[in-house]
Design a protein around this ligand. Structure first.
Ligand code: ACO
Length: 314
């Protein structure tokens, strides 16, 4: 067994909801500009006591409860984030402690920006197959509001905070995963080497061009590897950066738009959290049904990209 099956999901959103109208009172923008260019209408930002770690813990706890597994059955914990509140302890170690996961198992963070959840899933699968164990917990969590310049209209309208979690089981169901990276500064957010504030900056047009190329290529690659076609998939869950990027992909692939889930209108771009938040919404709404095959495609800062196909056990 070396594929992964999704057996349970969880999610958490922070307390503050920010509308396009709210932002238009702070920066020179409008609801019309934001919705037509991005499809985003609202996003959620962390309140004072919230962080990528508090959201991760809430989402992970929900996924674990829904899986029906005991903490001792989780063989590894991987958190994907670019906005961890602390360099150490990692978010994954904070989740390990909060959920009482066993100490003789790995817990680590992965930073691959908006591709992080797919990267994190690949790392978890590698840990299960090398160290042993049946079940893995993978979380995507972000507090991008903490990395933004709230007065920069070119970025503050795009990003939101949130967390989504998945419990996976090793299984013999169809599975494929592809990852890639191309070192490039088109999306940048500062770390300790940059004194003072170093908020997210982005060359939006370059990222757009990259995304509309990476998305269909990644999807086609995992379809080819599994021998499946788009018709065999219940859902395609892409990173929720911009509605127009997904529409471009649908057109390029001549695909059924109804298969491509979109929720950026409510959450904005939540980077590593966007795919698991979407999976959790689909599961909660009963739209993700047992046995369905799902493709997840991420792309973003790094630059990085990644795609996978897995089965929902439910
Ligand atoms: N409100 C009003 N006007 C604005 C805003 C705003 N919020 N932001 C920019 N503008 C203006 C610009 O100043 C520019 O004005 P000018 O023509 O007078 O110079 C004009 O609107 C056009 O700006 P562009 O940046 O060219 O707008 P574009 O059509 O490219 O849309 C966007 C920008 C939405 C960012 C788009 O490029 C995009 O979605 N790119 C992809 C982003 C993405 O996928 N990111 C994913 C990775 S994120 C991660 O990894 C963390």
């Amino acid at each position: 067994m070396n594929g992964l099956q999704l057996i349970a999901t969880g999610g958490a959103l922070p307390g503050r909801t920010v509308t396009n109208e709210d932002l238009s009172r702070v920066v020179d923008t409008s609801d019309e500009w934001i919705t037509t260019r991005t499809g985003i209408r609202t996003r959620h930002w962390c309140t004072e006591g919230e962080s990528a770690a508090t959201l991760a813990i809430a989402a992970a706890r929900q996924a674990l409860e829904r899986s029906g597994l005991a903490p001792e059955q989780i063989a590894c914990c991987v958190c994907a984030t670019l906005s961890a509140p602390d360099a150490t302890p990692s978010v994954a170690c904070q989740v390990q402690r909060a959920l009482g996961l066993p100490e003789d198992r790995p817990a680590l963070d992965v930073n691959a920006a908006c591709s992080g959840f797919v990267y994190g899933t690949a790392v978890a699968r590698g840990l299960l197959t090398t160290l042993g164990g049946q079940y893995a917990l993978v979380v995507g969590c972000e507090a991008l509001s903490r990395l933004m310049d709230p007065t920069d209209r070119s970025t503050c309208v795009l990003f939101g905070d949130g967390a989504g979690a998945a419990v996976y089981a090793l299984a013999d169901t169809p599975f494929a995963i592809t990852l890639g990276a191309r070192g490039n500064d088109a999306i940048h957010a500062g770390g300790p080497d940059r004194a003072g504030s170093a908020p997210i900056t982005m060359d939006g047009k370059a990222v757009f061009r990259f995304a509309v190329d990476a998305l269909p290529k990644s999807l086609n690659k995992v379809l080819a590897e599994t021998g499946l076609t788009l018709d065999d998939l219940g859902w395609v869950v892409c990173h929720q950066a911009n509605s127009r990027i997904i529409d471009h992909c649908i057109k390029h692939l001549n695909a059924d738009p109804a298969k491509f889930y979109k929720n950026m209108d409510r959450h904005g771009n939540t980077s590593a959290a966007s795919i698991p938040v979407a999976l959790n919404e689909l599961a909660e709404a009963g739209k993700l049904t047992p046995g369905q095959r799902v493709a997840c495609i991420g792309f973003g800062g790094g630059l990085t990209w990644g795609g996978m196909i897995l089965t929902y056990k439910g």
